[in-house]
Design a protein around this ligand. Structure first.
Ligand code: ADP
Ligand SMILES: CCCC(=O)OP(=O)(O)O
Length: 361
């Protein structure tokens, strides 16, 4: 029997970009990346305030490409900072929208994925979904221990892309994902280093406002005592400190831009400060990968580098030079997120899987 045709709009709001795709079942017929500069995003006090701006960007991009939205069968967004949940495809419902609007586990652009998907789908009377949101939680009990009894480590990471590229690597090497021991490093606006063992991400840095390497727009791990002093210095409001950690941290804090391509150009023109900071980011990524390899007791099948920063050849080399002794380094620049979103929605539309109901799965 012939498979029915489902046209799916997928929406991936990241901290530095909004990426969209249109798929006929799992065949991509449109892809567009809309980049957002630091200055452009500085106009919005909170993530939720970017809703109209990002939605308008998406509708204009579809219009420019001559895409008739009335032909869509479903809309699928990258899911955001919900309660910790299992991976899979979830139908967008009221409980989810409430948590996304509030930012139950924090503020990140992916909170807008489900909200915008719902808004577009509702107008067309079609279903809206999210797939493998950033709060997918498969941490091992030992990795939850932070060392400070009042605070537990959290799983907030690029779950969608980490799982997608890990499965792709498994397919390419003819092995089952659950049999592989991988370190997957997603390097986008945020950077997360996940330890994949037995088909689960058993350890990962909280890439939003937790720990790990600094990134184009995030501070990553900072010296705790000094941070406490700064918080109580009377110099800053809470939201100002948060902004310095997420949004205006990392490259933005040091160099005023979230754009690694701009940083590379500055380095080529002889900017020594830019060279030091960019190399420090590579150094911190390598150090995190080294620590992830200890979780796997050094038995690592591959280290995968992915995300937008993996396009930067010098950046990848600076990391690889420090970690290639651990295992093979495989580079997948960009991400498989749009495809993964479309496949997640297709599985439900084709009846292969039932949509999970938030928050209980
Ligand atoms: N060709 C490239 N070379 C180096 N860095 C790149 C390239 N393309 C994109 N980047 C950088 O990747 C980062 C964004 O990665 P991306 O995965 O798109 O992030 P997000 O999904 O969080 O918006 C930005 O700093 C961007 O400048
Ligand atoms: C919140 C973790 C995921 C993340 O950092 O995504 P971006 O790199 O797209 O900001």
């Amino acid at each position: 029997m012939q498979k029915q045709l489902n046209r799916i709009l997928v929406i991936n709001p990241g901290s530095t970009s909004t990426k969209i795709g249109v798929f006929d079942n799992d065949v991509q017929i449109l892809e567009k990346t809309i980049r957002h500069s630091t200055e452009e995003l500085a106009d919005f006090p909170a993530i939720i305030d970017q809703f109209q701006f990002r939605k308008q960007n998406i509708l204009e991009a579809l219009d420019e490409e001559g895409m008739n939205v009335s032909k869509l069968s479903a809309v699928c967004g990258r899911g955001g900072l919900l309660r910790p949940i299992e991976g899979g495809t979830y139908a967008v419902n009221e409980a989810m929208l409430e948590d996304l609007r509030e930012g139950y586990s924090g503020q990140h652009a992916s909170n807008l994925g489900g909200i915008i998907a719902h808004e577009i789908a509702e107008g067309l009377n079609i279903p809206a979904f999210i797939v493998d949101p950033v709060v997918v939680d498969e941490l091992s009990p030992i990795s939850r221990i932070s060392g400070f009894s009042l605070i537990e480590r959290k799983s907030i990471f690029h779950a969608l892309n980490q799982k997608a590229v890990a499965r792709r690597y498994a397919k390419e090497t003819g092995r089952a994902y659950k049999d592989l021991r991988l370190i997957v490093t997603h390097m986008g606006g945020g950077i997360t280093v996940g330890v994949h063992e037995d088909g689960k991400v058993v350890d990962v840095n909280n890439g939003l406002h937790g720990d790990g390497p600094f990134s184009p727009e995030r501070a990553g791990t900072v010296p705790a005592g000094d941070l406490v002093e700064l918080c109580f210095s009377g110099q800053y409001y809470r939201h100002e400190i948060m902004k310095k950690l997420v949004g205006q941290g990392g490259l933005v804090g040091y160099l005023g831009t979230n754009d690694a391509v701009t940083v590379e150009k500055r380095i080529q023109k002889g900017d020594k400060e830019a060279a030091l900071i960019y190399d420090a980011m590579a150094y911190q990524v390598a150090r995190e990968i080294g620590s992830a390899s200890a979780v796997l007791k050094g038995q690592v099948d591959a280290i995968i580098l992915t995300g937008g920063l993996a396009y930067g050849k010098d950046f990848v080399k600076a990391i690889s030079d420090r970690i290639s002794w651990i295992a093979d380094v495989v580079v997948h620049p960009g991400e498989n997120e749009l495809q993964a979103l479309a496949e997640g929605a297709s599985r439900v539309l084709d009846g292969e899987e039932q949509a999970r109901i938030y928050p209980n799965g």
